[in-house]
Design a protein around this ligand. Structure first.
Ligand code: 6PG
Length: 209
């Protein structure tokens, strides 16, 4: 695995524009055997501007959306219209303006009372869409991650059970410090990806990063 490259940008706009440029150039490369280009997207505040760039004509018209499949990295266990919903943020920033992307968006149904079932169904959808061979981890082409103040990424919070999960690809995680359930991709899936990009903004996160 190559050493991670760290790139620093002047502001959130520059970071977001560069993320959209990377997305667009990777998505435009041909995929082997006509496979779709499969990307997982994070929630939180930081990537909102990036999603707005993706929906802007400058990028939206260049990306071959019919060959892109979009997944979620994690989701808060709230209804999709809730102010805390990652899906809602993505819908408002990008999906509602971009029917071609919306059509290939795989939402985590995190509001389902049966969270184990919701996680298992999402893992099955990942495997099918990514054409994952049996006994292998789903291998996403690209994952955009964020990082919280406490160093968590996806919904893998320090001290929470999901950090230790090595069997399931998607895990319903209880986050004690937030008093909230989340669905999250697990470490084996994050580590199996062909490429991972962390979008981290704010000087206060530099030390932790
Ligand atoms: C979420 C996430 C999470 C996020 C970090 C950073 O649902 O919150 O996907 O892992 O990336 O918490 O969030 P901010 O960008 O809001 O700081």
């Amino acid at each position: 695995m190559p050493a991670p490259a760290i790139r620093v940008f002047k502001n959130l706009d520059e970071l977001s524009r560069e993320a959209a440029t990377e997305f667009s150039s990777l998505a435009s490369r041909g995929q082997p055997e006509g496979k779709p280009f499969c990307v997982a997207l994070s929630g939180g505040h930081t990537p909102k501007r990036f999603y707005e760039f993706l929906a802007a004509p400058e990028f939206a018209t260049k990306i071959p959306w019919d060959r892109v499949q979009l997944f979620q990295v994690d989701e808060r266990c709230v209804p999709p219209g809730d102010g805390q919903s990652n899906y809602r943020m993505m819908r408002e920033a990008m999906l509602s303006h971009l029917p071609a992307a919306d059509k290939h968006f795989h939402r985590m149904i995190a509001e389902r009372p049966d969270r184990d079932g919701a996680a298992a169904d999402y893992a099955a959808d990942l495997r099918t869409t990514l054409r994952t061979p049996a006994h292998e981890w789903p291998r996403l082409d690209l994952i955009f991650l964020g990082m919280g103040d406490d160093g968590h990424t996806a919904s893998l919070f320090p001290g929470s059970a999901a950090l230790e999960e090595r069997q399931r690809a998607v895990y319903p995680n209880w986050v004690e410090k937030l008093g909230m359930w989340r669905l999250t991709l697990t470490l084996p899936v994050l580590n199996a990806a062909s490429r991972v990009i962390f979008l981290v903004a704010g000087e206060e996160k530099a030390e932790r990063l």
